[in-house]
Design a protein around this ligand. Structure first.
Ligand code: 13P
Ligand code: SF4
Length: 324
């Protein structure tokens, strides 16, 4: 089957099975084209909440499908490829977090959304990169333990100096691989092109950047800027998506190292197979199963995130792609 034939079969099965497909922006072009909703972690979480469909299929990594399930308890939620995890989300065990909490019981625990549902159960508030600063500012607590990304945590600390924020070792191995030298090399190669980076990168990389923001923040900045050339410091697929969206501009990946192997595992045939299994109800698709108690416990910090970010009117925009 060609890509176009697969995409048209996917569209047919989505309709037949009353399924909506959510894709993180780091997914490949052909998957983004076949999805109904695409966006960064914040947009996917918020938009998963009020969908009317019977089934959701998530193209991304496991914690995103868990988040979608927690926010859409009455729906069946499937992960298009069961092998996709996020190494950062699985870094800290619940036992290790309990120890950290016991050592400093007066700190509120703020978790990056890139954490397992098991960890979320133990946290007070969740954040995504796009809303982290506003959420931490809006919290009433002064003393915070931020897990697990120390790069994002350091960025929040600098933006919200009035709070006492404790960090732990940990982060995204993909974004953390970029160095200040990589930035200087790219700047020398493309003089005048602004450097746009994700806050999962190291502090010394952020210091050299012209803009720091989430995946969607970077895309919006580049689309709305009068400039014509940009150095993109986040997962390599973003430079490619931008190039399709803005053919009159040029986008250069900051480094070939920013390639997330987990985000690249999901293929269009995976999505098609998942929908075929949903149609046959043969148990072949990877369904996210959680008890009501688990969803209730892990859901509290996600609901708190949405509540605290809504105070600033910070909801992500739903972007529905027209299937061609
Ligand atoms: P955002 O989607 O919040 O930009 O996060 C990037 C990321 O690394 C997701 O795993
Ligand atoms: Fe996890 Fe980093 Fe990959 Fe995002 S880019 S899924 S944070 S490893």
């Amino acid at each position: 089957m060609t890509i176009t034939e697969m995409q048209s079969k996917i569209r047919e099965l989505k309709e037949k099975t009353d399924t909506v497909v959510l894709a993180h922006s780091y997914q490949a072009r052909e998957i983004i084209e076949a999805a109904d909703i695409k966006g960064d972690s914040f947009q996917l979480s918020v938009n998963a909440r009020d969908l009317k469909h019977r089934n959701l299929v998530l193209c991304g990594v496991k914690f995103m499908a868990e988040t979608a399930k927690i926010l859409s308890r009455d729906k069946r939620v499937f992960l298009a490829n069961p092998q996709t995890g996020c190494p950062m989300a699985e870094l800290l065990s619940p036992e290790a977090l309990i120890e950290l909490k016991n050592a400093e019981p007066d700190r509120a625990v703020v978790a990056y959304i890139n954490t397992t549902a098991e960890l979320k159960k133990l946290c007070d508030v969740c954040v995504t990169s796009s809303a982290a600063v506003q959420i931490v500012r809006n919290m009433k607590e002064e003393k915070i333990l931020f897990i697990p990304d120390c790069n994002l945590g350091d960025y929040i600390k600098k933006q919200v100096p009035e709070k006492d924020i404790k960090l732990i070792e940990g982060g995204c191995p993909v974004h953390d691989a970029v160095t200040a030298d990589d930035v200087k090399t790219a700047q020398a190669k493309y003089p005048g092109a602004p450097v746009l980076v994700h806050p999962e990168c190291k502090p010394e990389v952020l210091e050299l950047a012209d803009y720091v923001g989430s995946t969607t923040g970077i895309m919006e900045y580049a689309k709305n800027s009068d400039k014509h050339e940009f150095i993109i410091g986040t997962e390599i697929s973003i430079a490619e998506h931008l190039q399709y969206d803005c053919p009159g501009k040029n986008f250069y990946p900051l480094s070939g190292k920013i390639l997330c192997p987990d985000m690249k595992l999901t293929t269009l045939p995976d999505l098609l197979k998942t929908l075929e299994s949903i149609e046959k109800d043969d148990g072949g698709a990877c369904e996210i199963i959680m008890s009501d108690e688990e969803m209730e416990q892990a859901g509290r910090c996600i609901e708190n995130m949405i509540e605290l970010s809504a105070r600033q009117g910070n909801f992500g925009e739903r972007e529905i792609l027209q299937s061609s």
